[in-house]
Each structure stands twice: as structure tokens, then as C-alpha cells.
Write a protein that binds this ligand. Structure first.
Ligand SMILES: Nc1ncnc2c1ncn2[C@@H]1O[C@H](COP(=O)(O)O)[C@@H](OP(=O)(O)O)[C@H]1O
Ligand SMILES: [Mg+2]
Length: 296
């Protein structure tokens, strides 16, 4: 190798390692790589800005993670469409039949990355909290499951862990307290829990575990720290696609709270409610949810 070629190879390899290197070809491993990269960026933003101005920190974190993920997707998966919290400005304006904006390209695409660059934005801006996450999911038109989620990764950088479908976590063991007839632990939003969740918990003798981020709560069910996650009252596809992909790959139950299937890459990305839990718990929880379903 000539000196010039060697130098240029070294420079290239330095640039690649500075900007994250060449990512895996496999989609699930790529999802993990991308979530981890955005997670590192978010940790840096927190370090650099501190917590004095929470609002500015939220905006800067959202922006930095979104920018990185958009750039890497454009670079490494240029043919794929993207549905992201940060640029879906038309989400309330576009619907079948009542078209007020251009039909999003993703609706005709065969592969769509559904990303939430920062889930648990509020918690990200609070010092000491680690319940925030980065979500990366891949939806494919060619699929056999109703959700059509082919891959997913949830990075929880402040907890130094990432769960993803490239190495699906083991099905959670029955917790000791549940085996001994102890209370079921239901993870719920710390700031916007469903109105009915306290009554639901009382009815089935459950205890509520408040946490930030849908990804972190579903990760808690995957690891067995919580038995279920129940949400209602509003959410979007990017809030749940990646963690639901991991939960389904693990063998857990994931559905709307009325038991119907979770569907992604729909014209309207609103997906306002869901329940994720161990399979053995699903019939009991869904039956109790039926009695508490909010009226439309
Ligand atoms: N009632 C509601 N309407 C719209 N989005 C909601 C919502 N309740 C929760 N969410 C969204 O769901 C994610 C998890 O919420 P929580 O931390 O309260 O459990 C958050 O995503 P972002 O942090 O990406 O905005 C939050 O904005
Ligand atoms: Mg979110």
C-alpha cells in the first residue's frame, strides 16, 4: 500500500469511527446501533447543557437525536421511508377522505422506520432521572403479523441498557411476589396516567408503578420489573412501535386496551392506548379493562 493510500485509509477509518463507523447490514442490529448512537448524543447534550434550563434541554435533545437519526437513515437506508415524532407536522391534518395536505410518502412505502428520537422528554430534562429512551422500529408491508413490525430497538442510555429484536430478551420469569399471590405491578405514566387506572388497580389488587417513557415502561415488563403497562388517553405510533416490537419478539402480549391488534404505519399515526403484559395475565387484565374502558 502506498503512503498516500495508507493515509487516506487511516483518515477514512478515523472518520467512520468518529461518526459511528459502518453500521450492521441486518435491520434489527442496525436499529440497535442507531438507537445507541442517538442515546450517546443525548447523554452528551445533557452533559454539555446541564439542567438549569429544562425547556432548552428538551428542545436541544430532541433536535440533536432527531438530526442524527435522520442523517444516518438517509445515509444507510436511503430507499426507506421514515415516520418520526419530530417531523410529522401533518399528523392531525391528514386523514383518508378528508385530505388537507399531501399524502405522506410512507403510506405507499414497503419499509418505514418509525422513530422516536427522545421518548420521555420530560424525564430527560430532570436531573437524576434515567426513565427516558430512544426508539427505532422498522415496519414492513410484506409481513405475516398484524403489527408488521420487523425490527425494533429501545436504548435507555442513562440505564446503560438497550433491548432489541436482534437478540430478543428471554421471556420474563414469573416474579416471586406474583407466584406467592402478591400484587400485580402495573407501570403507568407518572404525569399522564389513564383516568381509570387507579380504579382498575384497586379492582384487581394491583399496585401502580409510575415511570416516564413508554419505552422504559415496556422494557420494565420485558425484564419482569413490572407485570404490565397500561396506557390510554393519547399517544402516537412512535411512542410504542419499537418497544412493542421487542415485547412481541419476546412472546409477551401487546394489544389495544379493548384487546384489538396494534397496527402501525396507518394514515393517522394516533395510537392512543395499549396494554403490554405477560401472556398468563392478559385474559384477566383485558377482562378488567373491559369494565373500565373510557367511553368514546
Ligand atoms: N395523553 C397523551 N397524549 C399524547 N401523548 C401522550 C399522552 N400521554 C403520554 N403521551 C406520550 O407518550 C410518551 C410516554 O409518556 P409518559 O412518559 O407520560 O408515559 C411521551 O412521549 P414523548 O416523551 O416522546 O413526547 C408522551 O408525550
Ligand atoms: Mg414518545
Amino acid at each position: 500500500m502506498s503512503e498516500r493510500t495508507e493515509t487516506s485509509a487511516r483518515v477514512n477509518s478515523q472518520r467512520e469511527s468518529n461518526d459511528g463507523g459502518v453500521p450492521p447490514v441486518n435491520d434489527a442490529a442496525f436499529a440497535r446501533w442507531l438507537a445507541d448512537r442517538a442515546g450517546q448524543t443525548l447523554l452528551q447534550v445533557r452533559d454539555e447543557m446541564g439542567f438549569a434550563d429544562g425547556k432548552a434541554l428538551k428542545v436541544a435533545g430532541d433536535k440533536a437525536a432527531h438530526h442524527l437519526m435522520r442523517a444516518e437513515l438517509a445515509r444507510w437506508r436511503p430507499a426507506d421511508a421514515v415516520l418520526s415524532e419530530e417531523d410529522d407536522h401533518a399528523r392531525d391534518a391528514w386523514s383518508e377522505g378528508e385530505q388537507t395536505t399531501v399524502r405522506p410518502e410512507r403510506l405507499g412505502a414497503s419499509r418505514v422506520w418509525i422513530i422516536d428520537p427522545l421518548d420521555g422528554t420530560r424525564e430527560f430534562s430532570e436531573e437524576g432521572r434515567s426513565d427516558w429512551a430512544v426508539h427505532v422500529a422498522l415496519w414492513t408491508a410484506d409481513c405475516s403479523s398484524p403489527s408488521c413490525l420487523a425490527a425494533g430497538a429501545v436504548a435507555m442510555p442513562a440505564q446503560h441498557r438497550t433491548i432489541a429484536t436482534d437478540k430478543s430478551p428471554a421471556y420474563p420469569p414469573l416474579p416471586l411476589n406474583a407466584a406467592a399471590g402478591g400484587p400485580i405491578r402495573i407501570a403507568a405514566s407518572r404525569t399522564r396516567p389513564p383516568a381509570f387506572v387507579t380504579a382498575l388497580a384497586e379492582e384487581i389488587g394491583a399496585e401502580l408503578v409510575p415511570m416516564g417513557s413508554a419505552g422504559v415502561k415496556i422494557a420494565a415488563v420485558v425484564s419482569g420489573e413490572a407485570d404490565a403497562y397500561v396506557h390510554a388517553g393519547g399517544q402516537y405510533e412512535w411512542d410504542s412501535a419499537a418497544p412493542v416490537a421487542v415485547a412481541l419478539a419476546t412472546g409477551l402480549h401487546a394489544s389495544r386496551i379493548d384487546g384489538s391488534e396494534l397496527k402501525y404505519n396507518e394514515a393517522d399515526p394516533k395510537l392512543p392506548d395499549l396494554v403490554v403484559c405477560r401472556k398468563d395475565l392478559a385474559p384477566r387484565l383485558l377482562a378488567a379493562l373491559q369494565r373500565h374502558l373510557p367511553s368514546e
